[in-house]
Design a protein around this ligand. Structure first.
Ligand SMILES: NC(=O)c1ccc[n+]([C@@H]2O[C@H](COP(=O)([O-])OP(=O)(O)OC[C@H]3O[C@@H](n4cnc5c(N)ncnc54)[C@H](OP(=O)(O)O)[C@@H]3O)[C@@H](O)[C@H]2O)c1
Length: 237
């Protein structure tokens, strides 16, 4: 059995990923989000709000003593408040880093601590963004919180290069522009706060958004054949 710990399983990419993985008979998925959308004999849902301080420290990480192969997919993410710096809601800014950076970092730390001594392989997939790698006006919290998870992944990758029989692989994946509720929320932002608003409306109108099922399929393929480079843009593969 391969044990998949996936955050943000209730919609978009995380939901599509979970549905595809549950199609594999040797997959067991532990999913984390505030809502649950999946009912399956090999799915365990854990309700959690990662925007709350302490949530990632305290949330249950079930320990399966027979688990030889573990995959953690830090997928839960929020766009946060889309406004120029100086006008951002401070509470939302804090929540953006809680969900996009602090929770995935703590979950990775806890999962490695629990499973390194007993498992043969651990793959960590952090769902990043193209916005981690170039600046988007009014997305400072989102861009910076995703850039931080890219660097967290690069440090874990560098640490693993020092280990002869390394068990851990890590990939920080920018999924492209994907047709999910997050993109719906991008198009709902007041254009007076968001200079690139029209570009995102055009993506939808011109049918340029990738379906979440297609993106999930590519991520499943990455898990099966993890690349050496820890920073990946799914649009290039
Ligand atoms: N869609 C895109 O174009 C795009 C592009 C680049 C990167 N990404 C990244 O892809 C990932 C998935 O996004 P998506 O597009 O699939 O968005 P989505 O449909 O909005 O899904 C986000 C998921 O994260 C969970 N989540 C959000 N806030 C949470 C919280 N406070 N606590 C626990 N779970 C929380 C949601 O569950 P609940 O609401 O039930 O808690 C939901 O399952 C994100 O990391 C996003 O940044 C998306």
């Amino acid at each position: 059995m391969v044990y998949y710990f996936i955050t943000g399983t209730s919609s978009g990419i995380g939901l599509a990923l979970t549905q595809q993985l549950l199609g594999q008979k040797d997959a067991y998925v532990i999913g984390y989000s505030r809502r649950n959308a999946i009912n399956h004999s090999r799915y365990k849902h854990i309700e959690v709000d990662f925007s709350q301080p302490g949530s990632a420290r305290e949330v249950e990480i079930p320990e399966y003593r027979n688990a030889k192969h573990i995959v953690l997919i830090n997928n839960a993410g929020i766009l946060g408040d889309v406004k120029p710096i100086g006008k951002i809601d401070n509470e939302l800014l804090e929540k953006t880093f809680m969900v996009n950076t602090i929770s995935p970092a703590i979950l990775t730390n806890r999962l490695l601590s629990a499973y390194l001594p007993i498992s043969d392989s651990i793959i960590v997939i952090n769902i990043s963004s193209g916005a981690a790698r170039h600046a988007v006006e009014s997305w400072s919290g989102y861009c910076a919180s995703k850039a931080a998870i890219d660097m967290f992944s690069m440090v874990l990758h560098a640490e693993q290069q020092l280990i002869d029989n390394r068990k851990v692989r890590v990939i920080s994946v920018a999924p492209g522009i994907v047709d999910t509720p997050m993109q719906d929320s991008v198009r709902q932002v007041d254009p007076s706060y968001f200079p690139q608003s029209e570009r995102f409306h055009q993506y939808k109108q011109k049918g340029l958004l990738a379906p979440s099922e297609q993106v999930a399929k590519k991520i499943v393929e990455l898990i099966g054949n993890p690349p050496n480079d820890p920073i990946i843009d799914l649009r290039t593969i």
